[in-house]
Write a protein that binds this ligand. Sequence first.
Ligand code: NCD
Length: 373
Amino acid sequence: MQFVASPLRQQFVATPLRRGGYEVATTPPKCEVKPEVTNVAPKNQKISDDSLRGSSLVAISALTTAQIATILKTGGAMQELVTTQGADESLKGKILASVFYEPSTRTNCSFQAAMMRLGGNVIAVNESSSSVAKGETLSDTVRCLETYCDVVVLRHPRSGAAAEAAAAMSKPLLNAGDGVGEHPSQALLDLYTIVDELTGGRGSVAVAAASEESLAAALKGKVVTMVGDLKNGRTVHSLAKLLGRFDVTLLFVSPMSLRMPAEVVAIAARDGSSHTEHEMLTESILKETDILYVTRVQKERFESVEEYDKVKDAFIITPDTLAMMRPDARVMHPLPRVGEIDPACDSDPRAAYFRQMANGMYVRMALLRLVLG
Ligand code: NCD
């Protein structure tokens, strides 16, 4: 596939980075609490869209917007299922191989829990317990695993590894993060959270994503600000590409050395969105932001600790930062955080990162239902 890069609208602020607290300290505004939405998708909903059955998910761009709406809507049904009855047996007899060659808490556990809540089983594989330790190639490992299971979930430190593994298999592979490449299931759960939070919460996404059109309408005109390590963070790569197809404004805020890669910007800029790049998280950016998506500086991708130390504290979100944001704005983070969001922010109702984490299981249940159902 070829992507045509439209000219970047860059807006670098030349002043040095500021850390954490800002001078303007106002009382944190109260979060706008919207009424509970009861109009969620019916439980045990029959999934009619079979276009994802048997498909791998390596990169977010492979999904159509209609498929994305279906995944979000199905995620809403899964949230309702878990809330009302905990689990079902829709994937009884199916087996997922969870292959993680990099550390993970949320992605690994939520995929495993998702499979189990749908009545399926899981085989867990890691680098030291598998023949990778003996020098087996990734292609051979996944070729072996697909003879035992129905779907492989893979996390790998190398960008491109998921595509390589999927090409070696005939059963579906779900990319759970390939180095600095992509993290498509995270982008889907991030979009689920954005739409849910912006439309009232508590599963309102099921209605907002009822169709491609309603999903586009829910996102229209929203400003999403991504902050931190945009160069190495695979979550923001997939999320920027995903949001880029909607009528949103993307603000990329990072130190110069950690800018969003040009090819991601080009894809994000291709469709409906507009974007600007910044070196500082200013008050005016905070005021116009609907979603502040904060990321960890990816220490494991740096060549030296000295290089990491130079940028690790570039942006720290504190209650003073939140004080500059609107009452209906939200703060998200894929987690884990290592200091970039002060825990003092956690009690602010606009802090959506723990709700975002919980949504991961619903969205992964949806993916498994649609791919294996
Ligand atoms: C992210 C990842 O692994 O890319 N975590 C996650 O999957 N929730 C983000 C990170 O590690 O910083």
